[in-house]
Design a protein around this ligand. Structure first.
Ligand code: SAM
Length: 458
C-alpha cells in the first residue's frame, strides 16, 4: 500500500500530542544530520514555538546551501493543449467550463519555442490536458519532437519535462524513448475521499490509477519523476506526510524517489470559487511546508511556480526551493499572442517579472541563475543521480555547469548592464570553486563560451 490513511492519521495524532521537548529533540536529531523520520516530521509539522520555527528554517537553509549551493535553476512552462475530459473542481480547464479549446499545431509549437528560446530558456515543462481524442499520445510525442527540433539562433531547448495525465507503462516507455527529462504528475490531494469528491468525472477520477502512475513510469524506464500536491485542497499536514510516504515507496521499490516536488497553491481559476475550499494554506504554513520538505528530502529539487509572488519566491530560495519558473504564461499559445483569448489561462499568476529581471534579481541576492541541463544528458538520472547526490560528488560539477550556463545566458541575452553584472557574478563564483584543477578547467571552458562556443558541460 502506497498511502495508508490510518497510518498517516496515527502519525499526525502522535505529532500533535508530542511534547515541546519531544519536538526539540526531533529538531536536534535533524540538526545532527539524522534523516528525518516520519514520526519526527509529524512532530515538526505541529510546532508552535517561534524559536523552534527559527531553528527549522535555519536548518533548512543550511541543508539547501550544502546540497544546492547558491544555484537556482530556471525553466518555463509551455501549455500545448487545453482539451480536457476531466472535471476537476479547482481547474480552469475542467470539461464543464465552456470556452474555445485549442491545441498548438507543431508549427505553432515551434513558434512558441523560438520565442522562449529568444528569452534564453533551455528547459521547458510541457503541459497538456487529458483528452485521448483531441490530444492522443501520438500528438504528445510529436509535440515533444517539435520542441527538440527547434534549433534557433544561439539558443535551443535542452531538456523537456512533461506533465501529462497518468497513463500506461507502454506510453511512459514512449516518452522515455522520445528523450523527456522529468515526468511530472501532481497527486493534487493524497486524501482519497477528498480526491474522489473533487475529481468528478473522466479518467482522472480514478484515485488508484493516478496514485500508481509513477510506478508505471518507473516500469516504463522513466526514472526521473516529479511529484506535487495542490496545496489548499486538503489538510496540508496530511499531504506532507503522504508525499513522504509516496517518496519512500518509490525509493524502496525502484531505488529512486521523487526527482522534484512541486508545491503549487490553489489559485482562483475560471469556474472555481476559493470560498468553497476550507483548507487554503496561508503564507506562514506554506513556508513551513517548504522548509520541512527540504529537511526531509534533501536531494529532491523543490519547484515553485509563478503562482507565488516575487517576494515569496525570493524568500523561499534561501531555505528550500531550488527551481523556479520565469516569465511564464499559462495559456495555450499565450507566449506568442499576449492575450491568447480572454479565458485561456489555467489559473491566475502572481509573479509577472520578465525572465531577465528574475535573472538580475537572483544575482543581486547572491544566487547563480542556472540553465543547467547536464545531469540527464550525462545519464545521471534515477538511482544514479541519487547515489552521486548523496555522496556529494555531484556538487563538483553542479556549480561549474551553472556558472557556464550563466556566462552563456548573459552573453547571448543580456543588455550591457546585465552582461556586466553577469560576468562579474561568473568571475566571483569561479574564484569560489575550491578544487584547483576544476577551477582551471572551468576558466578554460568559460573562455571558450565567451569566444562563441555553446552548450559546454561537465
Ligand atoms: N492533465 C494534466 C493533469 O491533470 O495532471 C496536466 C495538469 S495541469 C496543466 C498542471 C497542474 O496545475 C495540475 O496538476 C494542478 O495541480 C494545477 N492546477 C490546476 N488548477 C489550478 C488552480 N486553480 N490553481 C493552481 N494550480 C492549479
Amino acid at each position: 500500500m502506497i498511502i495508508d490513511d490510518v497510518y498517516i492519521k496515527t502519525l499526525l495524532k502522535n505529532g500533535a500530542e508530542a511534547s515541546a521537548e519531544a519536538r526539540r529533540a526531533a529538531l536536534s536529531r535533524a540538526e545532527g544530520g539524522a534523516p528525518l523520520t516520519l514520526t519526527d516530521a509529524a512532530a515538526l509539522l505541529h510546532m508552535t514555538d517561534a524559536e523552534d520555527e527559527a531553528r527549522l528554517f535555519a536548518l533548512a537553509g543550511k541543508i539547501k546551501n550544502a546540497v544546492y549551493g547558491n544555484r537556482v535553476v530556471l525553466f518555463a512552462p509551455l501549455y500545448v493543449s487545453d482539451y480536457c475530459v476531466n472535471n476537476c473542481a479547482y481547474c480552469g480547464y475542467k470539461k464543464s467550463n465552456g470556452f474555445r479549446r485549442r491545441k498548438l499545431t507543431f508549427d505553432e509549437i515551434r513558434q512558441e519555442v523560438e520565442l522562449l528560446e529568444s528569452l534564453g530558456h533551455k528547459r521547458l515543462a510541457l503541459e497538456f490536458g487529458e483528452d485521448y481524442e483531441n490530444c492522443p499520445m501520438e500528438y504528445i510525442l510529436g509535440a515533444i519532437g517539435a520542441v527538440y527540433d527547434t534549433k534557433n539562433g544561439g539558443g535551443e531547448i535542452r531538456r523537456v519535462n512533461v506533465n501529462i495525465a497518468a497513463t500506461t507503462v507502454e506510453n511512459y516507455a514512449k516518452l522515455k524513448e522520445k528523450g523527456i527529462g522529468t515526468y511530472i504528475l501532481f497527486q493534487e490531494t493524497y486524501h482519497k475521499a477528498t480526491y474522489e469528491r473533487l475529481h468528478r468525472g473522466g479518467p482522472k477520477s480514478d484515485y488508484g490509477y493516478h496514485l500508481t502512475a509513477f510506478d508505471r513510469a518507473m516500469q516504463g524506464g522513466v526514472d526521473d519523476v516529479g511529484a506535487g500536491v495542490l496545496f489548499g485542497l486538503y489538510d496540508y499536514k496530511y499531504e506532507v506526510m503522504a508525499l513522504l510516504l509516496h517518496n519512500a515507496h518509490l525509493e524502496r521499490t525502484y531505488g529512486a524517489g521523487f526527482h522534484t516536488i512541486s508545491v503549487p497553491r490553489l489559485r482562483q481559476a475560471r469556474g472555481n470559487d476559493l470560498r468553497a475550499f476550507p483548507h487554503l494554506v496561508g503564507d506562514s504554513d506554506f513556508k513551513r511546508i517548504i522548509a520541512l520538505l527540504r529537511i526531509a528530502v534533501p536531494y529532491t529539487g523543490i519547484i515553485l511556480s509563478t503562482r507565488e509572488s516575487a517576494a515569496l519566491r525570493n524568500e523561499a530560495i534561501h531555505y528550500g526551493v531550488s527551481q523556479i519558473s520565469a516569465g511564464s504564461a499559462t495559456g495555450v499559445g499565450a507566449y506568442r499572442v499576449e492575450a491568447a483569448g480572454e479565458d485561456a489561462n489555467q489559473f491566475e499568476i502572481a509573479d509577472r517579472r520578465a525572465v531577465h529581471t528574475v535573472v538580475a534579481d537572483l544575482m543581486n541576492s547572491g544566487f547563480i541563475p542556472s540553465y543547467c541541463t547536464a545531469c540527464y544528458r550525462k545519464g545521471r538520472t534515477g538511482d544514479r543521480f541519487f547515489a552521486l547526490a548523496r555522496s556529494g560528488e555531484i556538487k563538483n560539477v553542479c556549480a561549474p555547469n551553472a556558472i557556464m550556463t550563466l556566462a552563456e545566458y548573459v552573453t547571448d541575452y543580456g543588455d550591457d548592464a546585465l552582461k556586466s553584472a553577469g560576468l562579474d557574478c561568473v568571475k566571483r563564483n569561479i574564484a569560489a570553486i575550491e578544487d584547483e584543477s576544476m577551477r582551471t578547467a572551468l576558466e578554460a571552458q568559460t573562455e571558450k563560451i565567451l569566444a562563441g562556443k555553446r552548450d559546454l558541460y561537465f
